[in-house]
Structure formats: structure tokens, C-alpha cells
Write a protein that binds this ligand. Sequence first.
Ligand SMILES: [Fe+2]
Length: 184
Amino acid sequence: MSNFDDVKIYENSIVRFPLPNHKEIKNDILDNLTMGELLVSPNGNEVMKTDFHLKKKEKSKWFEILEKSLIRYLHPQLTKILNVREFTIQKAWYQQYGFKNSHEWHWHGDCNMIAIYFLELPYPEHRTQFINKFKDPREKINYEAEEGDIIFTNALMLHQSPVISNRHERKTIISLNYNIMESN
Ligand SMILES: [Fe+2]
């Protein structure tokens, strides 16, 4: 079981939470990332596989696997750290990056908090980068993360995925849009 000591907070804005059963669910989730397609942004950045655009009526199998762990480990921590009572996951999708792939600076609408789960992160230097535009719109937030960590922050935080520079590298993240409805 995890405890509050596992959680690290950087620059009062990035919450880092290591998912305690990451190694147990990693391959099960990866095996179920079957539906997906290439995503090319208007300025040419490519994500080799994502289910972001797929309209899903039912919960996907990979999300069902992850959701059990979120409910068991992450959500009790969020309740404590943020002192909130009620929240939901509005949307969940995965993004898989290969050689030369990247995702440009953006932020998420239709939610008030976001989480990024590093499902595959062989090179931690390729973790998501963040900018707090209300603090300093040029300075990236200093934080550490490794595979198995879930990063939690507010939805207006600008973020980008840097270019994957190793030929055989594959990075996979799960992106979660949260809405907090009730605080205590
Ligand atoms: Fe994003």
C-alpha cells in the first residue's frame, strides 16, 4: 500500500505519485492498447498511436484495468492532498511515441485537473515538460519523474512531450482529464 510520504510536490504545482502496482498492470494495459491511430498535428508533430480521436461508448479494457488501481491508490491520496470530496474522470486516452515523435505545447479544456501516467518511460529525460503560464511563461517547471509515476496538476498548465531522440525508444503515456466538483 502506498502512503502520503510517496507523494512529492514540485514548485507548488506538480504532484508526483508513484503507482505502487505499476509493474503488475503495465503489460496488461500495453497488451490492450489495440485500438489507435497515428496523430499528426497541424504543425507536423506526430504521435505514432493514440485512441484520442476514437469515440468510445463503453469503457475500454485498458481503462478498466487502470481505473481499479486509480480508485485503490491514487484517488484516496487526491482526496487528502486536495481536500476534495467529489471528482470524476471526464476523458482518458493513451499516446504512444516512437523515434522523432513529439507533442507541442498545449493545455486541456473541459476539465479542471489533469493526470499523466508514465506507462513506458525508458528515458526519464523525455518526460512531459510543464510551464506555469501564470508564473513565468518561459520557464519550465523543475521536477523529476520516472516510469510508473502519475503526475497530477491543474488543467491550464501548459505541457509538451519532447522529441524522442533514440531510434528504438518507445514512450507510452495515459492522459486523464479530471473534474473536481465538490471541495470539503
Ligand atoms: Fe496533454
